[in-house]
Design a protein around this ligand. Structure first.
Ligand code: FPP
Length: 275
């Protein structure tokens, strides 16, 4: 079991990069609106995807500058296979050319690449460079780009539940002792902290089977901007909105205020003891 998987299994996130105060550690984005961007310009849909693909690296770099440690992008859903074959093919070629163009930049900028979803179903021309880029960036720890490819939250959950059922049937796991951590450790996101902020572009306000379990406490941010136009300033605006929200995790505002006071008091004591 990797150190990353260990973290998810135990809920211990101490080995993960620390969050910068007020900045979400993990931002997940549903990149929507490529088709509409193209239609507005009387261009074929795939042109919108090409522009959307170019925007991916722009946002990866903006996220890095803003101090975001984990960025997850919904690049291809389980349901996207139902699109016309030519569009599916164009998206797979786009992934291949994205990796051809930017895999080296990910290494230079020390960005670790991970995927969620079943990438075994991707065509080899896209899967091979993807696996290579994952290997080449595996040792970076500062920033992580997670591409959701052939991803769907329900399919992911079913895979995890199957694994649990197999372990229970083999007597390796006691169903009565099963907790959330045991399920989380079998999701594709094992070792990745839950998203703090989930953004969807293009004005749609759906989750579309994206990180349904992991986003249980994520703040939602819906931007009217179409994905190819969603730039670093749009991302910064989402982060400002996030910073203004109060995350309660099921508690009351008063409880959180008390916890914050206690935290401040504790830090003040440390300060006094240290100085
Ligand atoms: C949704 O827009 C977008 C997608 C289904 C694909 C997202 C893919 C990219 C942004 C580029 C590829 C990614 C990488 C990593 C190279 P839509 O087509 O549903 O837009 P519409 O709702 O306006 O039709």
């Amino acid at each position: 079991m990797s150190a990353a998987t260990d973290n998810a299994a135990t809920g211990d996130t101490r080995a993960l990069p620390p969050a910068t105060a007020g900045v979400p550690r993990h931002v997940a984005i549903i990149m929507d609106g490529n088709g509409r961007w193209a239609r507005q310009r009387k261009l074929p849909r795939v042109e919108g995807h090409y522009r959307g693909g170019e925007n991916v690296m722009r946002i990866v770099e903006a996220a890095q500058k803003l101090g975001i440690k984990y960025l997850t992008l919904y690049a291809f859903s389980v349901e996207n296979w139902q699109r016309p074959a030519a569009e599916v093919d164009a998206l797979m070629r786009l992934l291949e050319s994205f990796l051809g163009q930017y895999a080296r930049r990910l290494v230079e900028e020390k960005v670790r690449l991970l995927t969620i979803g079943d990438i075994s179903a991707l065509p080899a021309h896209a899967r091979k460079p993807l696996e290579q880029a994952i290997r080449d960036t595996a040792n970076f720890t500062g920033h992580t780009l997670v591409l959701a490819l052939n991803y769907g939250a329900r399919a992911e959950t079913v895979r995890a539940v199957r694994e649990i059922a197999r372990a229970a049937a083999a007597g390796a796991l006691n169903p009565d002792a099963l907790g959330w951590d045991d399920l989380a450790a079998r999701l594709d996101t094992a070792g990745i902290p839950d998203p703090d902020l989930l953004i969807r572009t293009s004005g749609e306000t759906r989750l579309s089977n994206f990180l349904l379990l992991q986003a249980a406490y994520a703040e939602m941010y819906f931007s009217p901007v179409l994905w190819p136009d969603f730039d670093g300033e749009c991302l910064a605006a989402a982060l400002r909105a996030y910073a203004a929200r109060e995350r309660r995790f099921g508690k009351t505002g008063e409880q959180l205020a008390r916890a914050e006071d206690a935290h401040a008091e504790k830090n003040a004591c440390h300060h006094a003891a240290g100085g």
